[in-house]
Design a binder for this molecule. Structure first.
Ligand code: DLL
Length: 449
């Protein structure tokens, strides 16, 4: 039941006309602004400083007059300084691990948890899940929003929900075989790990009951999607979200078109800005995603800079939904590295790697400093047959060195980046049970030396 209705087709908000959606967004935005202005000193002071008051917002576009919120603002107000509801109305706390050791903390009222469950139920439906399906949830349960976020949405839709959480791959496989789920939720890298483990055990991932994957929480490429779809014989859909804004379900790719992620616009107002100038960028152009929440009570966010790079389109999708769609996230601004003036995201490197049959999608990019310049090394695994064909598995063999040259050429011509390439034997790169660690940043460690 979603807002009292059983979901058997589009939610009505997903097919609103542009005008109707904007009207709803404006009404909700005004309420949210009044709430934060009244209850959160941080927002009141930030609005004061920029000389705008919430009462001056008359259209959704007026949001651009308000100041941005950043992750540092959450850290500065740790743990509950940005909570906009009385603490005795808070029923849930989540967070994401930060580099400083302290998580960034977010809070939810009962209404928030309920709206979130509605959104995720809709997301699962958009991805092909239906009431009565069995849903295997391999996102981690805990402070991370993936596990409980998908869990509540799955129950709300009416799926039999298996709360496996991340890790213990052997048990994941047993449960997939015995319970016969139709839908699996996981990070793409962990699903790959599960598939490989099955193959090593002599099991065929294509022979499972799985039909749909709801995969996200980390950047992944179109090539990775194809590898996963082929490995499991499923349709793999991209799910996006972040704890600061709500959690998973902010946007979801439909199984019909697999062409961009439908944003839950009745709950979030999306913008894309140039991260340097902070000016809006036109639809279709890449920039930093910025979200304002429209219905949240405990932890509203206004113009939250996500650090994620993507673009927006407002064209109607072939699935029939009218909501704005975001592109696949290219990467986080923090993960972007600059080699000889060229900006590169790990996902672009991934795309190049996965075009080569000799390689598998296990890789890490080691960033180093050479003088004042950034320097990148690609450590990538070769596939088992290639490795087996090398004399004594010798990766310095001329055949392997030819492959290194080929990879460097592909990276140079496609991702426009020059990198040192180190081939690794199968299983040499650590496997993920959640978000994969693609970047190993050794720049500051070296600078300190
Ligand atoms: O990762 C929420 C989530 C859980 C999303 C399960 C999807 C599925 P955080 O731990 O706060 O929340 O991390 C949020 O992860 O800013 C992005 O950089 C990245 N991210 C999330 N989804 C995607 C995606 C969850 N589909 C951060 N593609 C975000 C690329 C993603 N990056």
């Amino acid at each position: 039941m979603i807002g009292g209705r059983t979901l058997t087709t589009y939610a009505e908000e997903e097919v609103f006309s542009k005008d109707k959606m904007q009207q709803l967004q404006l009404e909700r935005l005004k309420k949210t602004l009044a709430r934060v202005e009244k209850n959160v000193p941080f927002y009141r002071e930030a609005f004061d400083r920029s000389g705008v008051s919430s009462s001056e917002v008359h259209t959704t576009e007026d949001i651009s007059r308000l100041p941005f919120t950043k992750k540092q603002d959450l850290r500065d107000n740790y743990p509950f300084g940005l909570v906009a509801a009385p603490m005795d109305e808070v029923v849930r706390i989540h967070g994401s691990s930060g580099t400083s050791g302290k998580p960034t903390v977010v809070a939810y009222t009962e209404n928030d948890v309920s709206h979130w469950a509605d959104m995720v139920a809709r997301a699962i439906y958009i991805a092909g899940g239906r009431k009565g399906d069995l849903l295997h949830n391999a996102y981690g349960y805990g402070l991370f929003t993936g596990g409980l976020g998908l869990h509540n949405g799955s129950e709300r839709l009416g799926c039999a929900t298996v709360p496996v959480s991340g890790g213990n791959t052997e048990r994941q496989i047993t449960l997939i075989q015995d319970f016969m789920p139709r839908v699996i939720c996981s990070t793409p890298s962990y699903l790959m790990n599960i598939g490989e483990t099955m193959i090593k055990k002599g099991l065929d991932p294509r022979a499972t009951s799985l039909a749909y994957g709801i995969l996200g929480a980390e950047p992944w490429s179109e090539e990775m999607r194809r590898s996963i779809e082929e490995m499991f014989g499923i349709k793999a859909m991209d799910i996006y979200g972040l704890s600061e804004v709500m959690g998973p379900g902010i946007a979801m790719e439909c199984h019909e078109a697999q062409d961009g992620l439908h944003i839950a616009e009745d709950h979030f107002l999306a913008e894309v800005i140039d991260p340097e100038t902070l000016e809006p960028v036109p639809d279709g152009e890449d920039g930093e995603l910025v979200f304002s929440s429209l219905t949240k009570e405990a932890f509203p966010v206004i113009r939250y800079r996500t650090g994620d790079i993507a673009s927006l389109t407002r064209e109607k999708c072939s699935c029939g939904r009218t909501t704005a769609r975001m592109s696949r996230v290219k990467g986080r601004i923090d993960d972007m590295f600059i080699i000889r003036g060229v900006n590169v995201f790990p996902s672009e490197v991934e795309r190049s790697i996965l075009q080569m049959d000799e390689l598998v999608c296990h890789y890490q990019i080691h960033l180093k400093k050479k003088g004042s310049m950034d320097h990148a090394e690609l450590h990538v695994e070769v596939c088992e047959p290639f490795f087996q064909a090398l004399p004594d598995g010798d990766l310095t063999d001329p055949v392997a060195q030819e492959l290194v040259k080929k990879i460097q050429y592909v990276l140079k011509t496609q991702a426009l980046v020059s990198m040192d390439v180190y081939l690794k034997p199968p299983n040499a790169i650590p496997r993920s049970e959640g978000k994969a660690k693609r970047i190993v940043d050794q720049r500051t460690a070296e600078a300190v030396k």
